[in-house]
Design a protein around this ligand. Structure first.
Ligand SMILES: NC(=O)C1=CN([C@@H]2O[C@H](COP(=O)(O)OP(=O)(O)OC[C@H]3O[C@@H](n4cnc5c(N)ncnc54)[C@H](OP(=O)(O)O)[C@@H]3O)[C@@H](O)[C@H]2O)C=CC1
Ligand SMILES: O=C(CO)[C@H](O)[C@H](O)COP(=O)(O)O
Length: 297
């Protein structure tokens, strides 16, 4: 197959993939682009195509041909069957030595299975946790890649070029083989569940226990954000509590339903902890609270 000029590709151009592709382009990478429905690719090119070097494609074959060897493609699509579908298409078009990276929130046991299947075809497979949400994907995520040492040699410099920087160091390290990266991302998300539950319960104590108004509680969170409690979640909690509903003028928090969805990473963390006899009581309570919240409609 012909060799292209892009040193990295992104498959899946929704919120995460489009921002990660832009981040890669901002840091001097030539980025191949592919999405199942071409409209997303067109939108990214129309709105941000002038931000760096992009090579858009309409088909997987065209996408793979636009990559330089070893061809390296990061997938950011829905976890589960969609990820398997995209891996299958890419593996059919790629050649031995090429690298498939799954940046989605895949279950680590799926990653172990996929790594074995892909290795048997002579390709490298890297499950890579991506943390920081859409904002992080654009401006600097924390990255948790697994996979082989060989794939890390190609991928490492690319990931270091786009990662967040803390204390002078890029927030990326080679976590270990096969599913190690997604295992760490799963536990990271479990901790995030517990953190969000702590925030929700602190709000509830102030609101129902002390009878404070959302604006007053926002001030408390904003003050906490100037102390050792400083974090992105505390910062945006203050912002969220200040939002008003356009229609009623009431605090938005009083208008929206108290229903928190979940995609599964917190549940996987607790299931894994149970099987390892490791207590993660705070995370378990957070998962139960999200389950209970699903009764509110
Ligand atoms: N959002 C976030 O804050 C974070 C998300 N993640 C993970 O990153 C991944 C991407 O997240 P996000 O950007 O929110 O996108 P979504 O999880 O909403 O997935 C949408 C993308 O998946 C593609 N897709 C869905 N089904 C298929 C399929 N069968 N075949 C091919 N492509 C398919 C869509 O293509 P099409 O446009 O054609 O429908 C689209 O590009 C997910 O695994 C998510 O869990 C990780 C960290 C943070
Ligand atoms: O991975 C993430 C952050 O790190 C995403 O925000 C993810 O969507 C969170 O999952 P859930 O909806 O289950 O809380």
């Amino acid at each position: 197959m012909a060799e292209g000029t892009a040193n990295i590709g992104v498959v899946g151009l929704a919120a995460m993939g489009s921002n990660l592709a832009r981040n890669l382009a901002h840091h001097g990478n030539t980025v191949a682009l592919y999405n199942r429905h071409y409209e997303r690719t067109e939108k990214l090119m129309a709105e941000h195509g002038d931000e760096g070097s992009f090579v858009p494609s309409r088909t997987v074959e065209e996408f793979v041909a636009s990559l330089a060897r070893p061809r390296t493609a990061i997938i950011l699509v829905k976890a589960g069957a969609p990820t398997d579908a995209v891996i299958g298409e890419l593996a059919d078009a790629m050649e031995p030595g090429d690298i498939i990276v799954d940046g989605g929130n895949s279950y680590f046991k799926d990653t172990i299975r996929r790594e074995k299947e892909i290795r048997a075809r002579g390709l490298h497979y890297v499950g890579c946790g991506v943390s920081g949400g859409e904002e992080g994907a654009l401006n600097g995520p924390s990255l948790m890649p697994g996979g082989t040492d060989e794939s890390w040699r190609t991928l490492g410099p690319i990931l270091k070029s786009i990662a967040a920087v803390a204390e002078g160091e890029p927030c990326v390290t080679h976590i270990g083989k096969d599913g190690a990266g997604h295992f760490v991302k799963m536990v990271h998300n479990g901790i995030e569940y517990a953190d969000m539950q702590l925030i929700a319960e602190s709000y509830d104590l102030m609101r129902r226990g002390l009878g404070m108004e959302p604006g007053e509680i926002a001030d408390v969170f904003a003050q906490w954000n100037t102390t050792e409690l400083n974090s992105y979640l505390i910062e945006i909690t203050a912002e969220v509590l200040r939002q008003k509903d356009d229609k009623t003028g009431k605090p938005l928090v009083d208008v929206i339903v108290d229903h928190a969805g979940m995609k599964g990473t917190g549940t996987w963390t607790v299931q894994t902890a149970l099987s390892l006899a490791t207590p993660v009581t705070g995370i378990a309570e957070a998962v139960f609270a999200r389950g209970l919240s699903s009764r509110y409609r």
